[in-house]
Design a protein around this ligand. Structure first.
Ligand code: AFP
Length: 334
């Protein structure tokens, strides 16, 4: 008990080792932590405080919003817009970039977030999460869209908070991946999962099989070989999982390996895939790579993509390195 390291202590100690660090980043991260603790409380209280169910509105992407999508978006914005650490924000729930109100100072970072990922799970009491990505920005300016459209490899920090049986934050600043569990009694995230590393070999895949008829040949081939098990070319049996909550899938892969695919599909030519690059694929891609895994569209490394829009969608294949490399090989051979 005496040696428990809090998230704040961990970040301060990590930042001390870096030259020229001002401490602003630690403060920004604390703002995010505060917002996520509030969200954790609401998710946990659920119907007792009437926050479940549909808001009967649509977000910018035409998806039906849950009440909690709107509430959590407001929590994130209101926790971050006044502190002076950010120059701007972007959210899954908001069409344009979110400006810092004129009365507040502007900082040197941009925050992008999905305030409640997996929110279609909220009414069935399954795991949901908040995903965030931090980028650098020209200090003190009103950022333009172009300032946000940075490659995933330029992220300063990425993380997600998992509202599951326990509330956890998984974080990288480019020096490995660490997991922290919220101690509800003292209201602090405690380092419980240092140096998270993805096992390279795996026998588990995650994909929404109901979309099978829309997949391209390389993904059909990969999944077909997994399904053939011991009798097929892989010579081993595979297990399958699909939570429909990216944070839960990524957390499982961080702890016991596996591969997750939300691949390119032919359902709707306007949507090459489902997941969003800037506040879903990039942050989880950074985390996965920092934990020794890989993250690709099937054809390109996700973190190398030059974004073209705030809400751009990308195919995602992530997880244990050898499996992702195999899927990339199948795409090359196609
Ligand atoms: P929601 O936030 O709308 O529930 O979407 C969650 C998500 O973006 C991601 O977390 C899941 O991996 C994926 O969608 C699940 O998609 P399907 O519902 O098509 O399986």
């Amino acid at each position: 008990m005496a040696n428990r390291i809090t998230l704040t202590q961990f970040i301060i100690e990590q930042q001390r080792e870096l030259p020229g660090v001002s401490g602003t980043f630690t403060l920004l991260l604390n703002d995010i932590v505060t917002a996520c603790k509030k969200i954790s409380h609401l998710v946990n209280r659920g119907d007792l405080i009437g926050v479940l169910g549909s808001a009967e509105s649509e977000n910018v992407q035409g998806e039906v919003q849950k009440k909690l999508d709107i509430i959590t978006n407001d929590i994130m914005i209101n926790a971050l817009n006044w502190t002076g650490h950010l120059s701007g924000m972007a959210s899954e729930e908001v069409d344009d970039i979110i400006k810092i109100p004129g009365q507040y100072p502007k900082g040197k970072y941009l925050a992008l977030f999905d305030p409640l990922d997996g929110s279609s799970n909220i009414d069935v009491n399954l795991t949901v999460g908040t995903i965030f990505s931090i980028l650098r920005c020209r200090e003190g300016v009103d950022p333009t869209l172009e300032d946000f459209l940075q490659k995933g490899s330029d992220q300063v920090c990425a993380g997600f908070v998992l509202y599951g049986p326990s509330t956890m934050m998984v974080l990288t600043t480019g020096h490995g991946v660490n997991g922290f569990t919220l101690d509800q009694d003292i209201g602090e995230f405690i380092l419980t999962h240092p140096n998270m590393t993805i096992p390279n070999e795996t026998c588990e895949f995650a994909i929404n099989m109901s979309n099978q008829r829309y997949w391209e040949a390389p993904v059909q081939r990969y999944i077909d070989e997994c399904l053939q098990g011991e009798e097929g070319p892989r010579g081993k049996n595979f297990n399958m999982r699909w939570v429909a909550s990216l944070v839960a899938e990524v957390y499982r892969i961080l702890t016991r390996g596996g591969v997750f695919l939300y691949p390119f599909d032919l359902r709707d030519p306007a949507k090459p895939a489902k997941l969003r690059l800037m506040y879903e694929a990039n942050p989880v891609g950074f985390i996965i790579e920092q934990a020794g895994g890989a993250c690709s569209t099937g054809r390109e490394r996700i973190l190398d993509l030059k974004p073209t829009g705030l809400h751009q969608r990308v195919p995602v294949v992530l997880g244990s390195k050898s499996e992702v490399e195999r899927i990339v090989e199948y795409h090359k051979a196609d």
